[in-house]
Design a protein around this ligand. Structure first.
Ligand SMILES: C[S@@+](CC[C@H](N)C(=O)[O-])C[C@H]1O[C@@H](n2cnc3c(N)ncnc32)[C@H](O)[C@@H]1O
Length: 431
Protein backbone atom coordinates (compact mmCIF):
# COMPACT_ATOMS: atom_id res chain seq x y z
CA UNK A 1 0.00 0.00 0.00
CA UNK A 2 1.47 3.42 -0.91
CA UNK A 3 1.67 6.21 1.61
CA UNK A 4 -0.68 9.13 1.19
CA UNK A 5 2.27 11.50 0.87
CA UNK A 6 3.84 9.25 -1.78
CA UNK A 7 0.65 9.34 -3.84
CA UNK A 8 0.31 13.11 -3.37
CA UNK A 9 3.84 13.62 -4.77
CA UNK A 10 2.90 11.67 -7.94
CA UNK A 11 -0.37 13.60 -8.29
CA UNK A 12 1.48 16.91 -8.04
CA UNK A 13 4.20 15.67 -10.42
CA UNK A 14 1.53 14.80 -13.01
CA UNK A 15 -0.19 18.18 -12.62
CA UNK A 16 3.10 20.09 -12.78
CA UNK A 17 4.32 18.20 -15.85
CA UNK A 18 0.94 18.57 -17.54
CA UNK A 19 1.02 22.35 -17.04
CA UNK A 20 4.60 22.60 -18.32
CA UNK A 21 4.37 20.16 -21.24
CA UNK A 22 0.89 20.98 -22.49
CA UNK A 23 -0.13 24.41 -21.26
CA UNK A 24 2.97 26.51 -21.79
CA UNK A 25 3.68 27.09 -18.09
CA UNK A 26 7.20 27.53 -16.77
CA UNK A 27 8.60 24.76 -14.59
CA UNK A 28 9.97 27.25 -12.10
CA UNK A 29 6.59 28.98 -11.68
CA UNK A 30 4.71 25.68 -11.34
CA UNK A 31 7.14 24.30 -8.77
CA UNK A 32 6.94 27.55 -6.83
CA UNK A 33 3.23 26.91 -6.36
CA UNK A 34 3.29 23.11 -5.89
CA UNK A 35 6.34 22.64 -3.64
CA UNK A 36 4.83 24.50 -0.65
CA UNK A 37 1.94 21.99 -0.70
CA UNK A 38 4.36 19.25 0.40
CA UNK A 39 5.48 19.13 4.02
CA UNK A 40 8.43 16.72 3.92
CA UNK A 41 11.69 17.97 2.45
CA UNK A 42 12.46 14.52 0.93
CA UNK A 43 9.07 14.46 -0.80
CA UNK A 44 9.75 17.94 -2.18
CA UNK A 45 13.10 16.74 -3.53
CA UNK A 46 11.36 13.73 -5.08
CA UNK A 47 8.79 15.94 -6.82
CA UNK A 48 11.55 18.09 -8.30
CA UNK A 49 13.60 15.08 -9.35
CA UNK A 50 10.60 13.47 -11.10
CA UNK A 51 9.73 16.66 -12.98
CA UNK A 52 13.28 17.48 -14.09
CA UNK A 53 14.03 13.90 -15.13
CA UNK A 54 10.78 13.51 -17.07
CA UNK A 55 11.38 16.76 -18.98
CA UNK A 56 14.98 15.84 -19.81
CA UNK A 57 13.88 12.39 -21.07
CA UNK A 58 10.72 13.63 -22.79
CA UNK A 59 11.78 12.46 -26.25
CA UNK A 60 12.54 8.90 -25.05
CA UNK A 61 9.28 8.66 -23.12
CA UNK A 62 7.32 9.90 -26.10
CA UNK A 63 8.95 7.23 -28.25
CA UNK A 64 8.15 4.57 -25.63
CA UNK A 65 4.46 5.51 -25.57
CA UNK A 66 4.32 5.43 -29.35
CA UNK A 67 5.98 2.00 -29.39
CA UNK A 68 4.04 0.43 -26.56
CA UNK A 69 0.53 1.78 -27.09
CA UNK A 70 -1.70 1.62 -30.12
CA UNK A 71 -3.27 4.90 -29.14
CA UNK A 72 -0.80 6.87 -27.02
CA UNK A 73 -2.38 9.70 -24.99
CA UNK A 74 -1.79 12.99 -26.76
CA UNK A 75 -1.66 16.52 -25.39
CA UNK A 76 -5.51 16.45 -25.12
CA UNK A 77 -5.18 13.72 -22.51
CA UNK A 78 -2.30 15.65 -21.02
CA UNK A 79 -2.65 14.70 -17.36
CA UNK A 80 -2.52 10.98 -18.14
CA UNK A 81 0.47 11.45 -20.46
CA UNK A 82 2.19 13.50 -17.74
CA UNK A 83 1.49 10.83 -15.10
CA UNK A 84 3.02 8.14 -17.33
CA UNK A 85 6.10 10.33 -17.86
CA UNK A 86 6.33 10.77 -14.08
CA UNK A 87 6.14 6.98 -13.68
CA UNK A 88 8.82 6.42 -16.34
CA UNK A 89 11.17 8.90 -14.66
CA UNK A 90 10.90 7.03 -11.35
CA UNK A 91 11.76 3.72 -13.02
CA UNK A 92 14.27 4.87 -15.62
CA UNK A 93 16.27 7.77 -14.13
CA UNK A 94 15.57 7.70 -10.41
CA UNK A 95 15.58 3.91 -10.20
CA UNK A 96 13.17 3.87 -7.27
CA UNK A 97 12.25 0.45 -5.86
CA UNK A 98 9.93 -0.97 -8.57
CA UNK A 99 7.04 -1.62 -6.23
CA UNK A 100 7.05 1.92 -4.72
CA UNK A 101 7.20 3.60 -8.11
CA UNK A 102 4.46 1.47 -9.55
CA UNK A 103 1.92 1.38 -6.75
CA UNK A 104 2.14 5.07 -5.87
CA UNK A 105 1.78 6.09 -9.53
CA UNK A 106 -1.18 3.77 -10.12
CA UNK A 107 -2.80 5.11 -6.93
CA UNK A 108 -2.17 8.62 -8.23
CA UNK A 109 -4.16 7.76 -11.38
CA UNK A 110 -7.13 6.97 -9.09
CA UNK A 111 -6.58 10.12 -7.03
CA UNK A 112 -6.67 12.12 -10.27
CA UNK A 113 -10.15 10.71 -11.01
CA UNK A 114 -8.77 8.25 -13.57
CA UNK A 115 -9.65 4.94 -11.89
CA UNK A 116 -10.75 3.67 -15.31
CA UNK A 117 -7.18 4.20 -16.62
CA UNK A 118 -5.35 2.79 -13.57
CA UNK A 119 -5.06 -0.65 -15.19
CA UNK A 120 -3.50 0.84 -18.30
CA UNK A 121 -1.02 2.89 -16.20
CA UNK A 122 -0.11 -0.28 -14.32
CA UNK A 123 0.44 -2.25 -17.54
CA UNK A 124 2.58 0.44 -19.22
CA UNK A 125 4.76 0.97 -16.14
CA UNK A 126 5.28 -2.79 -15.76
CA UNK A 127 6.43 -2.89 -19.35
CA UNK A 128 8.84 -0.01 -18.64
CA UNK A 129 10.28 -2.07 -15.78
CA UNK A 130 10.79 -5.11 -18.02
CA UNK A 131 11.96 -3.52 -21.28
CA UNK A 132 14.46 -0.82 -22.18
CA UNK A 133 13.24 2.47 -23.53
CA UNK A 134 13.72 2.95 -27.28
CA UNK A 135 17.01 4.78 -27.95
CA UNK A 136 16.44 8.38 -29.04
CA UNK A 137 18.93 10.99 -30.23
CA UNK A 138 19.11 13.70 -27.50
CA UNK A 139 18.81 16.27 -30.32
CA UNK A 140 15.18 15.18 -30.68
CA UNK A 141 14.41 17.18 -27.54
CA UNK A 142 15.17 20.44 -29.37
CA UNK A 143 12.58 22.12 -31.62
CA UNK A 144 13.69 21.85 -35.25
CA UNK A 145 14.41 25.55 -35.76
CA UNK A 146 16.54 25.78 -32.62
CA UNK A 147 18.34 22.52 -33.32
CA UNK A 148 19.25 23.88 -36.76
CA UNK A 149 20.55 27.08 -35.20
CA UNK A 150 22.80 25.14 -32.80
CA UNK A 151 24.11 22.97 -35.66
CA UNK A 152 24.74 26.07 -37.81
CA UNK A 153 26.58 27.78 -34.96
CA UNK A 154 28.53 24.86 -33.51
CA UNK A 155 28.74 22.20 -36.26
CA UNK A 156 31.07 19.54 -34.83
CA UNK A 157 30.20 20.39 -31.20
CA UNK A 158 26.44 20.17 -31.70
CA UNK A 159 26.08 16.50 -30.70
CA UNK A 160 28.04 17.09 -27.50
CA UNK A 161 25.83 20.12 -26.76
CA UNK A 162 22.63 18.08 -27.20
CA UNK A 163 24.00 15.22 -25.09
CA UNK A 164 25.19 17.50 -22.26
CA UNK A 165 21.89 19.39 -22.26
CA UNK A 166 20.01 16.14 -21.56
CA UNK A 167 22.16 15.32 -18.51
CA UNK A 168 21.42 16.34 -14.93
CA UNK A 169 23.81 19.08 -13.81
CA UNK A 170 26.06 18.75 -10.76
CA UNK A 171 25.53 21.06 -7.79
CA UNK A 172 27.97 23.96 -7.84
CA UNK A 173 28.50 25.93 -4.65
CA UNK A 174 30.10 29.29 -4.04
CA UNK A 175 31.85 29.65 -0.72
CA UNK A 176 31.40 33.07 0.87
CA UNK A 177 34.99 34.12 1.37
CA UNK A 178 33.96 36.87 3.83
CA UNK A 179 32.85 34.15 6.23
CA UNK A 180 35.46 31.42 5.79
CA UNK A 181 37.86 29.67 3.47
CA UNK A 182 36.98 27.16 0.81
CA UNK A 183 39.36 24.61 2.37
CA UNK A 184 37.52 24.86 5.65
CA UNK A 185 34.14 24.56 3.96
CA UNK A 186 35.28 21.45 2.07
CA UNK A 187 36.17 19.88 5.44
CA UNK A 188 32.71 20.68 6.77
CA UNK A 189 31.10 19.12 3.71
CA UNK A 190 33.20 15.99 4.23
CA UNK A 191 32.12 15.88 7.90
CA UNK A 192 28.50 16.09 6.73
CA UNK A 193 29.15 13.14 4.40
CA UNK A 194 28.87 15.26 1.23
CA UNK A 195 31.54 14.50 -1.38
CA UNK A 196 32.80 17.60 -3.15
CA UNK A 197 35.82 18.89 -5.05
CA UNK A 198 37.23 22.41 -5.46
CA UNK A 199 37.31 23.91 -8.97
CA UNK A 200 40.84 24.07 -10.32
CA UNK A 201 40.52 27.61 -11.63
CA UNK A 202 37.57 29.25 -9.88
CA UNK A 203 38.71 30.32 -6.45
CA UNK A 204 35.36 30.18 -4.62
CA UNK A 205 33.76 27.22 -6.39
CA UNK A 206 33.07 23.73 -5.12
CA UNK A 207 31.41 21.01 -7.17
CA UNK A 208 29.17 18.41 -5.52
CA UNK A 209 28.60 15.44 -7.83
CA UNK A 210 25.45 14.11 -6.23
CA UNK A 211 23.19 17.08 -5.57
CA UNK A 212 21.75 17.50 -2.07
CA UNK A 213 19.08 19.90 -0.85
CA UNK A 214 20.29 23.30 0.36
CA UNK A 215 18.91 22.43 3.81
CA UNK A 216 21.64 19.74 4.04
CA UNK A 217 24.44 22.24 3.31
CA UNK A 218 26.32 23.37 6.41
CA UNK A 219 25.90 27.10 7.03
CA UNK A 220 23.53 27.71 4.10
CA UNK A 221 21.02 29.84 6.02
CA UNK A 222 23.91 31.74 7.63
CA UNK A 223 25.08 32.73 4.14
CA UNK A 224 28.33 30.80 4.25
CA UNK A 225 27.59 29.18 0.94
CA UNK A 226 25.34 29.75 -2.09
CA UNK A 227 24.25 27.64 -5.03
CA UNK A 228 25.70 29.00 -8.28
CA UNK A 229 27.05 27.23 -11.35
CA UNK A 230 30.79 27.56 -11.96
CA UNK A 231 30.15 29.29 -15.29
CA UNK A 232 28.19 32.03 -13.49
CA UNK A 233 30.93 32.36 -10.85
CA UNK A 234 33.49 33.01 -13.61
CA UNK A 235 31.78 36.33 -14.37
CA UNK A 236 33.36 37.90 -11.25
CA UNK A 237 36.80 36.96 -12.62
CA UNK A 238 36.05 38.72 -15.90
CA UNK A 239 35.47 42.02 -14.09
CA UNK A 240 38.75 42.41 -12.08
CA UNK A 241 37.63 45.43 -10.06
CA UNK A 242 39.85 47.69 -7.93
CA UNK A 243 38.77 48.13 -4.27
CA UNK A 244 35.98 50.65 -3.78
CA UNK A 245 34.98 50.62 -7.47
CA UNK A 246 31.59 52.03 -8.41
CA UNK A 247 29.79 49.23 -10.24
CA UNK A 248 26.51 48.99 -12.11
CA UNK A 249 24.95 45.53 -12.17
CA UNK A 250 22.53 46.40 -14.95
CA UNK A 251 20.41 43.19 -14.86
CA UNK A 252 20.91 42.12 -11.28
CA UNK A 253 18.02 39.87 -10.25
CA UNK A 254 17.99 37.46 -8.48
CA UNK A 255 21.37 38.77 -7.32
CA UNK A 256 23.76 35.81 -7.58
CA UNK A 257 26.56 37.69 -9.29
CA UNK A 258 26.09 40.87 -7.22
CA UNK A 259 26.36 38.78 -4.05
CA UNK A 260 29.51 37.07 -5.32
CA UNK A 261 31.19 40.37 -6.20
CA UNK A 262 30.37 41.85 -2.80
CA UNK A 263 31.48 38.73 -0.91
CA UNK A 264 34.83 39.11 -2.64
CA UNK A 265 35.07 42.83 -1.96
CA UNK A 266 32.51 44.47 0.35
CA UNK A 267 34.14 47.86 -0.37
CA UNK A 268 32.54 47.88 -3.84
CA UNK A 269 29.80 50.46 -4.30
CA UNK A 270 27.28 48.48 -6.26
CA UNK A 271 24.02 49.64 -7.81
CA UNK A 272 21.84 46.62 -8.53
CA UNK A 273 19.34 47.48 -11.23
CA UNK A 274 16.56 45.32 -12.61
CA UNK A 275 13.47 46.23 -14.58
CA UNK A 276 11.40 43.73 -12.59
CA UNK A 277 10.62 45.12 -9.16
CA UNK A 278 9.47 41.78 -7.76
CA UNK A 279 12.66 40.05 -8.83
CA UNK A 280 14.58 42.93 -7.26
CA UNK A 281 13.12 41.93 -3.90
CA UNK A 282 14.96 38.63 -4.35
CA UNK A 283 18.22 40.54 -4.82
CA UNK A 284 17.70 42.12 -1.39
CA UNK A 285 16.96 38.70 0.16
CA UNK A 286 20.08 37.20 -1.46
CA UNK A 287 22.32 40.05 -0.29
CA UNK A 288 20.90 39.94 3.24
CA UNK A 289 21.47 36.18 3.53
CA UNK A 290 25.14 36.46 2.59
CA UNK A 291 25.60 39.57 4.76
CA UNK A 292 26.41 42.27 2.19
CA UNK A 293 24.71 45.43 1.04
CA UNK A 294 24.00 47.33 -2.19
CA UNK A 295 21.69 49.99 -3.49
CA UNK A 296 18.83 48.50 -5.51
CA UNK A 297 16.70 50.20 -8.13
CA UNK A 298 13.83 49.04 -10.34
CA UNK A 299 14.57 50.61 -13.72
CA UNK A 300 15.20 49.97 -17.41
CA UNK A 301 18.95 49.69 -17.98
CA UNK A 302 18.35 50.47 -21.64
CA UNK A 303 17.07 53.97 -20.84
CA UNK A 304 19.53 55.73 -18.48
CA UNK A 305 17.72 59.06 -19.00
CA UNK A 306 15.00 57.64 -16.74
CA UNK A 307 17.18 56.83 -13.73
CA UNK A 308 20.89 57.72 -14.08
CA UNK A 309 22.22 60.69 -12.07
CA UNK A 310 25.11 61.22 -14.52
CA UNK A 311 27.77 59.91 -12.13
CA UNK A 312 29.75 57.49 -14.34
CA UNK A 313 30.43 53.92 -13.26
CA UNK A 314 33.93 52.45 -13.10
CA UNK A 315 32.55 49.19 -14.41
CA UNK A 316 29.31 47.70 -15.69
CA UNK A 317 28.12 44.11 -15.56
CA UNK A 318 25.51 43.33 -18.18
CA UNK A 319 24.31 39.80 -17.46
CA UNK A 320 21.72 40.06 -20.16
CA UNK A 321 18.32 38.38 -20.53
CA UNK A 322 18.81 35.65 -23.15
CA UNK A 323 17.47 32.44 -24.68
CA UNK A 324 18.95 30.35 -21.80
CA UNK A 325 20.03 27.78 -24.41
CA UNK A 326 23.24 27.18 -22.42
CA UNK A 327 21.36 26.02 -19.32
CA UNK A 328 18.86 23.58 -20.79
CA UNK A 329 20.17 20.91 -18.39
CA UNK A 330 18.95 23.14 -15.52
CA UNK A 331 15.84 24.51 -17.25
CA UNK A 332 14.70 21.70 -19.55
CA UNK A 333 11.38 23.46 -20.21
CA UNK A 334 13.23 26.17 -22.14
CA UNK A 335 13.01 23.84 -25.14
CA UNK A 336 9.23 23.64 -24.86
CA UNK A 337 8.62 27.33 -24.56
CA UNK A 338 11.08 29.13 -26.85
CA UNK A 339 9.76 30.53 -30.13
CA UNK A 340 11.82 31.98 -33.02
CA UNK A 341 10.30 35.42 -32.40
CA UNK A 342 11.60 35.37 -28.82
CA UNK A 343 15.18 35.18 -30.06
CA UNK A 344 14.77 38.19 -32.35
CA UNK A 345 13.20 40.17 -29.50
CA UNK A 346 15.99 39.18 -27.10
CA UNK A 347 18.68 40.21 -29.58
CA UNK A 348 17.06 43.64 -29.97
CA UNK A 349 16.74 44.00 -26.17
CA UNK A 350 20.37 42.98 -25.58
CA UNK A 351 21.55 45.59 -28.13
CA UNK A 352 19.46 48.27 -26.43
CA UNK A 353 20.82 47.27 -23.01
CA UNK A 354 24.40 47.36 -24.29
CA UNK A 355 23.91 50.90 -25.65
CA UNK A 356 22.21 52.13 -22.48
CA UNK A 357 24.75 50.57 -20.11
CA UNK A 358 27.66 51.86 -22.21
CA UNK A 359 26.42 55.43 -21.82
CA UNK A 360 26.82 55.20 -18.03
CA UNK A 361 30.41 53.86 -18.12
CA UNK A 362 33.36 56.19 -17.52
CA UNK A 363 36.15 56.46 -20.12
CA UNK A 364 38.73 53.82 -19.16
CA UNK A 365 36.00 51.74 -17.55
CA UNK A 366 35.17 48.14 -18.37
CA UNK A 367 31.89 46.49 -19.37
CA UNK A 368 31.43 42.75 -19.05
CA UNK A 369 28.67 41.26 -21.18
CA UNK A 370 27.57 37.76 -20.23
CA UNK A 371 24.75 35.43 -21.25
CA UNK A 372 23.79 31.84 -20.55
CA UNK A 373 23.08 31.42 -24.26
CA UNK A 374 25.02 29.45 -26.82
CA UNK A 375 23.57 31.16 -29.87
CA UNK A 376 26.11 33.26 -31.72
CA UNK A 377 23.48 35.86 -32.62
CA UNK A 378 23.12 36.71 -28.92
CA UNK A 379 26.83 36.46 -28.25
CA UNK A 380 29.69 36.96 -30.67
CA UNK A 381 27.53 38.57 -33.37
CA UNK A 382 25.86 40.82 -30.78
CA UNK A 383 29.28 41.97 -29.54
CA UNK A 384 30.70 42.37 -33.08
CA UNK A 385 27.76 44.65 -33.95
CA UNK A 386 28.28 46.63 -30.75
CA UNK A 387 32.03 47.08 -31.35
CA UNK A 388 31.23 48.27 -34.87
CA UNK A 389 28.76 50.94 -33.71
CA UNK A 390 30.58 52.15 -30.55
CA UNK A 391 33.85 53.60 -31.88
CA UNK A 392 35.45 53.97 -28.41
CA UNK A 393 34.75 50.33 -27.50
CA UNK A 394 37.62 47.85 -27.56
CA UNK A 395 37.46 44.17 -26.72
CA UNK A 396 39.86 42.92 -24.08
CA UNK A 397 41.05 39.31 -24.26
CA UNK A 398 39.79 36.85 -21.68
CA UNK A 399 41.87 33.74 -20.95
CA UNK A 400 41.03 30.10 -21.68
CA UNK A 401 39.35 29.71 -18.28
CA UNK A 402 36.34 31.33 -19.97
CA UNK A 403 36.10 28.70 -22.68
CA UNK A 404 36.84 28.75 -26.40
CA UNK A 405 37.32 31.90 -28.44
CA UNK A 406 34.08 33.13 -29.98
CA UNK A 407 34.59 36.38 -31.90
CA UNK A 408 35.71 39.03 -29.43
CA UNK A 409 34.51 36.95 -26.45
CA UNK A 410 34.69 33.43 -25.15
CA UNK A 411 32.12 30.66 -24.98
CA UNK A 412 31.90 27.74 -22.63
CA UNK A 413 29.62 25.08 -24.06
CA UNK A 414 27.23 23.19 -21.75
CA UNK A 415 28.93 20.40 -19.83
CA UNK A 416 32.47 21.66 -20.48
CA UNK A 417 34.41 21.61 -17.19
CA UNK A 418 31.15 20.34 -15.68
CA UNK A 419 29.64 23.80 -16.11
CA UNK A 420 26.72 25.49 -17.83
CA UNK A 421 27.01 27.05 -21.26
CA UNK A 422 28.00 30.71 -20.93
CA UNK A 423 29.35 33.52 -23.09
CA UNK A 424 31.62 36.31 -21.78
CA UNK A 425 32.98 39.46 -23.40
CA UNK A 426 35.06 42.16 -21.72
CA UNK A 427 34.95 45.56 -23.39
CA UNK A 428 37.00 48.60 -22.42
CA UNK A 429 35.85 52.18 -23.07
CA UNK A 430 38.83 53.95 -24.48
CA UNK A 431 39.79 57.33 -23.03
C1 LIG B 1 20.09 36.57 -16.64
S1 LIG B 1 19.06 37.43 -15.55
C2 LIG B 1 20.23 38.17 -14.46
C3 LIG B 1 20.79 37.24 -13.42
C4 LIG B 1 21.59 37.96 -12.33
N1 LIG B 1 22.63 38.80 -12.88
C5 LIG B 1 22.18 37.04 -11.31
O1 LIG B 1 23.37 36.74 -11.36
O2 LIG B 1 21.44 36.59 -10.42
C6 LIG B 1 18.52 38.78 -16.53
C7 LIG B 1 17.74 39.83 -15.77
O3 LIG B 1 17.57 40.94 -16.67
C8 LIG B 1 16.40 41.62 -16.25
N2 LIG B 1 16.02 42.58 -17.29
C9 LIG B 1 15.33 42.35 -18.44
N3 LIG B 1 15.16 43.49 -19.11
C10 LIG B 1 15.76 44.48 -18.41
C11 LIG B 1 15.92 45.89 -18.58
N4 LIG B 1 15.40 46.50 -19.66
N5 LIG B 1 16.59 46.59 -17.64
C12 LIG B 1 17.09 45.97 -16.55
N6 LIG B 1 16.95 44.64 -16.31
C13 LIG B 1 16.31 43.90 -17.24
C14 LIG B 1 15.44 40.50 -15.98
O4 LIG B 1 14.37 40.94 -15.14
C15 LIG B 1 16.35 39.46 -15.32
O5 LIG B 1 16.25 39.55 -13.91
Amino acid sequence: MSSLAGVAVRVLAARTLDAVMHRGRSLKAELASTLPQIADVRDRALLEAICFSALRQRARYDAALRTWLQKPPGPRDGELRALLFAGFAQIDVLQLPPHAALSATVEAARALGRAHQAGMVNAVLRRAQRESFPPVDPAALWPTWLRKQVVDDWAEHADAIFAASAQAAPLWLRVNRRLGTRENYLKRLAEAGIEAAPSLFLSDAVCVDTPVSVAALPGFSEGEVSVQDGAAQAVADALLLPPGAYLLDACAAPGGKAAHLLERDPSLRLLALDVDGRRLARVRETLTRVGVDAQTLAADAGDPSEWWDGHPFDAVLLDAPCSATGIVRRQPDVLLHRRPDDIAALIALQARLLDGAWETLKPGGVLVYATCSLLKAENEAQIAAFLARAPNAQADQLDTNFGRLSGAGRQRLPGEDGMDGFFYARIVKQV
